[in-house]
Design a protein around this ligand. Structure first.
Ligand code: 7TS
Length: 415
């Protein structure tokens, strides 16, 4: 086996060998997958882990006393500890498996929000957010007669410093903010925002759906109160994670009621299970969580500093090449060091869906639309953009193919 990392960083040629999907042709052309922001591809080891669970020890957890169930339980709990270590949480009890980042945010909005938000309170979010980090707060604010406020962005998609200061006030109870935008790729000044939230006595929830897969994240260093992400964006299967500080999770009522989240059930009342099980009602995605542990192993072997450096190198390359195309408008920071491996743009005179369709004929996968960030697109006066995004298996030649085809598309539509 070739080394996945060398002194120069990621050995992308070797990494690509681990991803079976990348070996195929699409529409007669080699697959060029530039949509890892939506979901990442999976290495052989992750696919094998999922396959092995279903073939060899498929059983429900936490109940059986037979060997198969014990093996499934041990591996599920071992995966939790891998995730704990990966984000440097203090305790495995602070790691809750959910369906995805969206469900993790809703868990906090329902369980913490309904207990703690009152009329007149303020929740602060930003214009960079994915709908998953806006809509649950809108629903909560409407229900409680609270107010949802937005921190704005400058022309390069960076959060406005003065609004970080003056939108977060004594009335703020929660700040819900992304660590990396899924449209502009902006890396936000997350530590400063968390500190500002704490200075006014508010809590901070970090949407790490794009950052945990692409850069080092340490929840103790950040001192965030909640942090959410999705396994499927970080080489793993469809399972999500909620991190929460233990004292907060202990004080919160359950989100969903059912099996596994209880200690005792009587006709009149129930007693809740200890953490993290209090928030894992019903049978969880067992094989998926186990395979997420294997994805964490893979990313850890690569080194998250190396992953970020690779993404930013590709971003710099893409900004340079795309920037040379006449009239093309790139949204987000001009400096690759201020963003991750995500580049969204507008090709004047060509609808993003047409762009994506033309690219698809060449085997190139990009996203077209508002990327579940309508407020940001509205702010920029754009109905939609085309988005290319990169990950550990992306090579510069794929960006060259994208740029060549965009140039052709531009000339077809604007003769
Ligand atoms: N937060 C951010 C920043 C995201 O990018 C996404 C998904 C979510 C939350 C929600 O994650 P989920 O796993 O619960 O769906 N982003 C995208 C995207 O950009 N294209 O498809 C999904």
């Amino acid at each position: 086996m070739l080394d996945l990392v060398t002194a120069k960083g990621l050995n992308v040629a070797a990494i690509r060998e681990d991803f079976p999907i990348l070996q195929q042709m699409v529409n007669g052309k080699p697959l060029v997958y530039l949509d890892s922001t939506a979901t990442s591809q999976k290495p052989e080891s992750v696919i094998e882990a999922l396959d092995e669970y279903y073939r060899k020890y498929n059983a429900n957890i936490h109940r059986g006393v037979y060997s198969l169930a014990e093996e499934a339980t041990a591996k599920y709990e071992a995966a939790r500890k891998k995730v704990q270590k990966y984000i440097n949480a203090k305790s495995y009890r602070e790691i809750i498996f959910t369906r995805n980042a969206t469900e993790s945010i809703n868990l906090v909005a329902y369980a913490w929000g309904r207990q703690n938000i009152r009329a007149g309170d303020e929740i602060v979010t930003t214009l960079l957010e994915h709908h998953a980090n806006i809509v649950p707060w809108q629903i909560l604010a409407q229900e409680k007669d609270a107010k949802l406020k937005f921190i704005g962005v400058d022309e390069q998609g960076r959060l406005l410093d003065d609004e970080i200061e003056n939108r977060i006030t004594e009335r703020t109870k929660l700040v819900a903010v992304t660590m990396m935008s899924n449209v502009t790729g902006t890396i936000t000044p997350i530590k400063r925002i968390i500190d500002r939230a704490h200075a006014v006595g508010a809590l901070c929830l970090v949407d790490a759906a794009q950052s945990v897969p692409h850069m080092p994240v340490d929840v103790q260093a950040l001192n965030c109160d909640f942090l959410v992400f999705s396994g499927h964006k970080m080489l793993g299967p469809f399972v999500g994670v909620l991190y929460g500080k233990r004292a907060l999770l202990e004080a919160m009522p359950p989100f969903l009621g059912g099996g596994d989240m209880i200690r005792e059930v009587h006709q009149e009342y129930s007693k809740w299970n200890e953490l993290p099980y209090k928030f894992e009602a019903g049978t969880p995605a067992i094989g998926e969580a186990i395979a997420l542990g294997v994805a964490v192993d893979y990313l850890t072997a690569l080194g998250m500093e190396n992953v970020l450096a690779h993404d930013q190198e590709l971003s710099a390359y893409a900004l340079d090449k795309l920037g040379a195309l006449d009239g093309l408008r790139i949204v987000g920071p001009q400096q690759a060091t201020e963003r991750g491996g995500i580049v969204a743009f507008d090709v004047p005179g060509v609808h993003p869906h047409d762009v994506a369709q033309i690219l698809d004929r060449e085997g190139i996968c990009v996203r077209a639309g508002h990327h579940c960030a309508m407020p940001l697109h509205e702010h920029y006066g754009l109905a939609a953009t085309t988005r290319a995004s990169f990950y550990v298996y992306t090579v510069p030649e794929e960006i060259d193919k994208l740029v060549d085809m965009l140039d052709k598309a531009r000339r077809i539509f604007n003769p």
